[in-house]
Ligand binder design. Structure first.
Ligand SMILES: C[S@@+](CC[C@H](N)C(=O)[O-])C[C@H]1O[C@@H](n2cnc3c(N)ncnc32)[C@H](O)[C@@H]1O
Length: 477
């Protein structure tokens, strides 16, 4: 197994005739540990599918509460005093609400409004009034949704046009009239959230990482041959979702939330980690976007449009996210200006130097450039994407190294990636940044079954496994 996992790197070393001791990052091979307690289900949204409060919205990029429990338990066993938890890419809030449920104080930073809306719904549910919820649910059951007032119409963006049948769109409008009449703010929010959470189900689209896949029945010029298993009717899907919410609210062990123990910063961790106090967080559990071209703004386009985002807003948002798509532009100037304004140019230069001298990254970039010159790279912007991804991650890791408390642990979930047949050791590159910023690399947990490469890549370059990992970094100071 170990042999198999290391295949790519060993092949590389042989080609380069480099003695393993001479390669600066060789040390990280010894940190790789296949962790059989972890699997792809736990390190993804799959394991949340039946977990009350966490099953409400299919956020495919999330990990499970079980993973958060596992990381917290690991830390509890190593560190006496654990109080504060941070997740700089908090998504739908798995880390922060799970840690909160365990009595800890938590902070999350998240830029995608859709993800924040899900976390907020879970937090609102802690203070929901069950009687009011049931009263409105009963009202909705007998409500006719075929005659909207016309006040609300779903405002499509270019990439969502034709996503719903006319009937569904009419019912969505009428439902928004219904929402207006709910007086209690928390109940109204949860009822609105229920409609947000079913948009994919009632549409002719399916979320597919880089974009939305379209069912052939959609009212669109470009016909597709894809057929979604089922396109749900609006009202039954909505009632089901609301009943699921109610079941989970009914089963809450506590319905009080101390707001000061959960803090979600709706912004970019590239900017907002500056606000965090240094040496403060005992645990960081996080998963940044992977360097895999997945575009959250396309995947969640229906929800963004429902939340009032227009084409321009979505474009701007795409650029604010950590660079992980071929469309992302460099944030060098923006970051430089932030550090300049904060009087931290020395720090900017330190981070830039750590990024620039990483030999594994430089080798990967040279390889991709060569492939591009030979017209063997299917999109030349993959080079800038890889470059920008690691540049930005260097800043994130620097800030994590500052905000982690002495003896604290950082857990980061990420996948290695492969382009033009070259597997980029994301785990080693990011661990090198962490180590340069003073963290010690405790372990790199490797999932027993990694990911295969894409079918396109497999055809060309054969099958090889790409490591899916959870890195464990330790602030030994
Ligand atoms: C892999 S997901 C994390 C999911 C999370 N662990 C959960 O369980 O929901 C990565 C998240 O990073 C967010 N993100 C991307 N760029 C960001 C940035 N600059 N600042 C903060 N969050 C960002 C994405 O919107 C996405 O929700």
């Amino acid at each position: 197994m170990r042999q198999q996992l290391l295949f790519e790197e060993v092949k590389y070393l042989k080609q380069k005739k480099v003695s393993k001791r001479k390669l600066p990052d060789w040390e990280y091979f010894d940190k790789l540990v296949i962790n059989r307690a972890l699997n792809r289900k736990i390190v993804s949204f799959q394991a949340n599918k039946k977990v009350p409060l966490y099953r409400w919205f299919k956020f495919k990029e999330a990990y499970s509460t079980q993973l958060v429990d596992y990381c917290l338990d690991y830390t509890f066993n190593k560190k006496m005093d654990v109080n504060k938890v941070l997740d700089p890419f908090s998504g739908i809030g798995t880390t922060i609400t799970r840690s909160y449920e365990k009595g800890l104080s938590t902070t999350g930073i998240e830029i995608l409004p859709v993800a924040n809306a899900v976390a907020k719904a879970r937090l609102s549910s802690y203070k929901a009034d069950k009687k009011l919820f049931i009263k409105n649910l009963n009202k909705l059951e007998s409500c006719n949704l075929s005659n909207p007032s016309g006040k609300y119409n779903f405002q499509h963006i270019r990439i969502t046009k034709g996503a719903f049948s006319k009937k569904t769109e009419t019912e969505l409008s009428a439902y928004n009239d219904f929402l207006e009449k709910i007086e209690d703010e928390t109940t109204r929010y949860l009822f609105w959230f229920a409609s947000l959470a079913i948009l994919e189900k009632i549409s002719y689209t399916r979320k597919d990482g880089q974009y939305l896949r379209w069912d052939h029945r959609a009212r669109r010029k470009v016909r597709s041959s894809f057929e979604k298993s089922k396109v749900y009717q609006f009202k039954p899907a909505l009632l089901n979702k609301l009943k699921e919410l109610l079941d989970d609210i009914n089963n809450h062990s506590s319905n009080k939330i101390e707001n000061n123990r959960v803090n979600i910063i709706e912004g970019s961790s590239l900017k907002d980690m500056f606000q965090l106090q240094e040496n403060t967080f005992d645990v960081i559990i996080t998963s940044p976007p992977y360097c895999n071209r997945y575009d959250y703004t396309r995947t969640y386009a229906l929800e963004l449009a429902y939340m009032g985002y227009n084409d321009e807003d979505v474009k701007l948002l795409r650029q604010k996210l950590l660079s992980a798509t071929v469309e992302n532009k460099s944030k060098y100037d923006e970051l430089y200006n932030i550090y300049k304004k904060e009087n931290k140019i020395d720090e900017f230069q330190q981070v830039n130097e750590v990024f620039s001298k990483n030999s594994l990254l430089n080798n990967a970039l040279s390889y991709l450039k060569k492939k591009n010159e030979n017209k063997e790279l299917n999109n030349k912007n993959i080079i800038s994407m890889v470059h920008n991804y690691f540049f930005e991650m260097a800043f994130i890791i620097k800030n994590m190294s500052k905000s982690i408390a002495p003896n604290g642990r950082i857990f980061m979930v990420n996948d290695n990636v492969q382009y033009a047949g070259y597997s980029i050791p994301v785990d080693f590159i990011l661990s090198n940044f962490a180590s340069e910023f003073g963290l010690s690399i405790e372990k790199i947990w490797v999932l027993p079954n990694g990911k295969g490469n894409s079918s396109q890549q497999m055809g060309k370059h054969g099958r090889n496994e790409i490591r899916k990992c959870v890195y464990v970094w330790h602030n030994k100071e």
